[in-house]
Design a protein around this ligand. Structure first.
Ligand code: FDA
Length: 502
């Protein structure tokens, strides 16, 4: 398996992996991409690639016998989750002791399951989190490049004001305004032209058909339609699906070998393969990349890796909460799954929060206003390698999550007080009003400028690069995929210009 000259290997097909694959392919470098999930391009017996959120089947989750949706209950009833048969489904929930992490599995990673919200962070907070990165260059070159490549667009404000599908957002905006809070539109990669056709009845419904966390059959510009399609179009990139990278080692000649298990649709390992490469790009996400590097360091395969590998992890301050509205404030039975508006209190020096107005599309009026709040929780967790399981543990405790919940509570207490409303107790289990024990936004573990140099070159492993969310130090104040994409663009343009020119 000696690598041919000039070959590259990419692990993962999320944002970081997809950018790496495209830019390597364009530069004429023969590139193999390993992805543990499946390729989602074939319809099932129901004629659809992905299953719906309302009637999840085996395609919904990564080897589970029951779905594990973020909202566990409704009116305290276990009506949300369904029994399913194990299969390499598209959404995974990785459970650590006091925090669980939702991630996408499949060609496209998180882009297959996420809400599509494409937000460029505030410049001041970006610079606070990543002080060594030239913000001028990011905001001039890499953020615009990422937005253009991802196909980011915005809802037509006139349609927003009139459509029944965003009544839930308008109601939350009104309540925020009463508390003196500003709202702002949130751009998205979902094609709003398509969505308007869905509403008009001239296109098959996806966002308006309740599809999101188990995949969108239409309308969403996920990575398989953008970066990855372009990468394959270079003719230099191949993707190996259902291949889980498990070990990395360095050969004497300085090349790398990645050991990967190929699994079948039952999850059984059917083959173990070794992939040699001159350069290795890790885009397995915050959890995947950190685990690979920690294991490599702790088992002695890459002993020179920095002590910083495993550190600096955070859930991007994610907290969900729901408010109960008055009977006259109906949120509508029809709700689009793509959020388009956020309560923007980021400039509040005492309690900066960005709270996205989230849908709860049940097809019935339920008077719930739901939110995903992104708070600026400064707490950080650490991953540790566990030799007994050959996996990783996450040191993160409930008190650390409480910091996010307390910040969200300060904001929503204000809104409830001004509108004489209360929280919903029935949505997250245990009569809790705030869900701070899971995240959609795992960030960190191989932080830029610490575990790597300022361009994602892994310290102690020349020729290995990190391009994904593990570079971002635990918090970025908004939904992270635009930042991850832009940082990956910055890394790839530097690495191709400098490292490949040598
Ligand atoms: P990402 O997780 O996307 O990709 C990693 C890939 O590597 C996956 O395909 C995985 O299967 C694969 N992999 C992992 N380990 C591997 C191994 N050992 N071998 C082979 N392959 C491996 N963000 C946002 O900006 N706006 C939003 O609206 C949302 N909404 C949202 C909703 C939900 C339900 C989720 C789960 C997430 C979001 N996010 C989001 C978060 C966003 O999707 C996330 O930040 C990015 O997908 C992270 O990109 P990465 O490139 O870091 O990894």
């Amino acid at each position: 398996n000696a690598p041919e000259h000039g070959t590259a290997l990419v692990v993962g097909t999320g944002y970081g992996g997809a950018v790496a694959a495209l830019r390597l392919g364009e530069a004429g470098i023969r590139t193999t991409v390993l992805e543990m999930g499946a390729l989602w391009n074939r319809s099932g017996p129901d004629g659809r690639v992905f299953c719906s959120t309302a009637a999840p089947d085996h395609r919904s989750m990564w080897f589970r016998t029951r779905t594990e949706a973020p909202l566990a209950t409704f009116l305290w009833l276990d009506v949300v989750n369904k029994n399913i048969s194990p299969y390499p489904g598209v959404l995974d929930r990785v459970r650590f002791a006091d925090m669980s992490v939702f991630v996408g599995r499949g060609v496209g990673g998180g882009s297959l399951v996420n809400g599509g919200m494409a937000v460029t962070p505030q410049r001041a907070y970006f610079s606070e989190m990543l002080p060594h990165v030239d913000a001028d260059e990011m905001y001039r070159t890499y953020f615009p490049r990422a937005n253009a490549m991802l196909g980011v667009n915005s809802i037509d404000p006139a349609w927003f004001e009139t459509t029944e599908w965003y009544r839930f957002s308008r109601v939350s905006r009104k309540h925020a305004a009463r508390a003196g809070l500003r709202t702002t539109f949130v751009p998205n990669v979902y094609d709003f032209g398509y969505m308007q056709r869905e509403a008009a009845g001239t296109a098959v419904r996806s966002a308006l058909g309740g599809e999101v966390i188990y995949g969108n059959n239409h309308g969403k510009r996920s990575l398989d339609r953008t970066y990855l399609a372009a990468a394959l179009g270079t003719g230099n990139v191949t993707i190996e699906t259902l291949h889980r990278a498990r070990a990395v080692r360095r050969e004497r000649d300085g090349t790398y070998v990645v050991t990967a298990d190929r699994i079948d649709l039952a999850g059984k390992v059917v083959e173990t393969r070794e992939f040699g490469c001159e350069r290795l790009f890790l885009g397995a996400g915050s959890l995947g990349t950190t685990e690979l590097l920690l294991r490599a360091r702790e088992t002695g395969a890459l002993p020179g890796l920095s002590d910083e590998v495993g550190r600096g992890w955070g859930p991007n301050g994610n907290v969900m909460t729901g408010r109960a509205n008055h009977l006259w404030d109906t949120v509508g039975a029809n709700q689009s799954t793509m959020p388009v508006m956020g309560i923007d209190d980021r400039d509040n020096p005492d309690n900066p929060v960005f709270a996205e107005i989230a849908p709860l599309p049940t097809g019935l009026e339920h008077w719930v206003s739901l939110y995903l709040a992104i708070t600026r929780n400064p707490e950080r967790g650490t991953f540790r390698y566990d030799p007994a399981t050959d996996g990783v543990r996450l040191d993160w405790n409930r008190a650390q999550s409480q910091v996010s919940a307390a910040s969200a509570k300060r904001l929503f207490d204000r809104i409830n007080a001004r509108n004489a409303t209360i929280y919903r107790y029935d949505l997250f289990g245990g009569n809790r009003t705030f869900a701070d024990d899971f995240t959609y936004h795992p960030l960190g573990g191989c932080v830029l400028g610490r575990a790597t140099d300022d361009y994602g070159r892994v310290r102690g492993a020349p020729g290995v690069y990190v391009t994904d969310g593990s570079l971002v130090p635990g918090s970025i104040g908004v939904n992270p995929f635009v930042t991850i994409t832009a940082l990956a663009e910055r890394t790839m343009s530097r690495v191709i210009a400098e490292d490949y020119a040598r």
